[in-house]
Ligand binder design. Structure first.
Ligand SMILES: [Zn+2]
Length: 110
């Protein structure tokens, strides 16, 4: 019997999790990727890395599964593993979400 390490429910593992919070997290990351683009252009500030650092370990882990990224984070990562994973996510998410096409959100900031 599986217990999901994201939502703690029995019957599935984290890679099969369909908890509604995952979509909310995904939408937040997409928006953050747009803000990131603006922050990098205007202030040379790595906003996406900053925002990822505020997430919990289960949230960080589910991002990888949700977006089918090859790098996974362990349950209890050490500082170095976490740091590497955060950079990995930041690099891959900015590539994954074509934020520069999302003129509507960018216009809010410009
Ligand atoms: Zn779950």
């Amino acid at each position: 019997m599986y217990t999901c390490s994201y939502c703690n429910e029995n019957g599935h593992s984290i890679n099969k999790c369909k908890h509604p919070d995952i979509e909310i997290l995904q939408e937040k990351i997409k928006k953050d990727a747009v803000i990131h683009y603006y922050c990098m252009l205007k202030y040379d500030f790595n906003f996406l890395l900053y925002s990822l650092k505020l997430l919990t370990i289960p949230e960080l882990r589910i991002i990888s599964y949700k977006n089918k990224l090859y790098n996974k984070l362990s349950y209890k990562p050490n500082k170095l593993e976490l740091q590497k994973y955060l950079f990995f996510l930041q690099n891959n998410l900015t590539y994954l979400f074509p934020y520069y096409y999302n003129i509507e959100i960018i216009n809010i900031f410009l």
